[in-house]
Ligand binder design. Structure first.
Ligand code: AMP
Length: 284
């Protein structure tokens, strides 16, 4: 069932809770693909009732980012989510989420701001305020759905680590389940933003996965020096690529690694034909 209203979600949740049912939430921005589908499937397997939210959250986009052109495919999203077994698709308007006419800034709204150490690196460096927006909307979704489990993709690894920190620091009564990255056969990580790429762009986008796989291969052969591992990336880059970062951090707490080890998460962000893509790999 599709609803646009918080009140309707709350009514369903109240009923389900009174029946002792376990509730899962899968927060998304829609334009659902097989990556989202894997989260919904895991949620359906784990929980009695599953809520999928579809909301392009304005407060997590910067002024020069793609909020307006972000793909919106609600009808297909509802069909996909219900086909997998989701019970409720929650697709609120911005007014419904933040209040009519609300000025969407942290001058006027209560924000959940993750610690500086976690946001002042990787995606947070170029996307200032992004993770405040993510944490705020996810916290709202947790409060609205009262879910027992939340399902998130490892694709957005920094996001997942920050959300775990938020849940832990604020004693939010929910368990977060991280789900593996779903890729095309070519190795390209599925993303709603892949829709912006033409055929050549998709070909060039494979560099991200190739760089990460090659780094893992070198690590498995015994290379642990991070500068040496970073060097191996350049053979995969051409004029279509604008590398934003390639970083080696601890998979639990995002601390920079001095040498690569089994707990190292390697993350990459790169613009391909102007489209910003991210990917990551765990070295173990
Ligand atoms: P988004 O709609 O991009 O905000 O993503 C919603 C959720 O789907 C997030 O938890 C993402 O990490 C997850 N997700 C997006 N792409 C993938 C993918 N290729 N594999 C697994 N999870 C994904």
């Amino acid at each position: 069932m599709l609803t646009h209203k918080i009140e309707e979600v709350r009514a369903n949740v109240k009923k389900w809770k009174s029946e002792g049912l376990v509730i899962g939430v899968v927060p998304t921005m829609g334009a659902l693909h097989a990556g989202h589908a894997s989260l919904i499937k895991k949620a359906v397997e784990t929980c009695d009732k599953v809520i999928v939210s579809v909301f392009v959250n304005p407060i997590q986009f910067g002024p020069s980012e793609d909020f307006d052109k972000y793909p919106r495919t609600l009808e297909a999203d509802v069909e996909l989510a219900e086909g997998i077994g989701a019970d409720l698709i929650f697709a609120p308007s911005a007014d419904e989420m933040y209040g009519e006419g609300q000025r969407l800034s942290n001058d006027t709204l209560t924000y959940v701001a993750p610690p500086f150490f976690y946001v002042n690196k990787l995606c947070g460096k170029s996307r200032v305020g992004h993770f405040d927006g993510v944490c705020t909307v996810v916290m709202k979704l947790f409060n609205i759905t009262q879910a027992d489990y939340g399902f998130f993709g490892q694709k957005d690894a920094q996001q997942l680590i920050i959300l775990r920190k938020m849940v832990n620091d604020l004693n939010v009564p929910i368990e977060l389940i991280g789900c593996p990255i779903v890729r095309e056969e070519s190795g390209l990580a599925l993303s709603s933003r892949n829709k912006y790429l033409n055929e050549k762009g998709k070909e060039d986008a494979l560099a991200l996965n190739k760089i990460l796989n090659n780094i893992k291969m070198c690590y498995n052969k015994g290379v642990t020096d991070i500068s040496a591992l970073k060097e191996t990336a350049f053979q995969f880059l051409n004029e279509a690529h604008e590398l934003e970062y390639l970083e080696f951090v601890d998979k639990e707490n995002l601390e920079d690694k001095e040498k690569a080890d089994d707990n190292t998460l390697v993350l990459i962000a790169c613009r391909v034909d102007g489209v910003r893509l991210i990917d990551n790999i765990l070295l173990k």
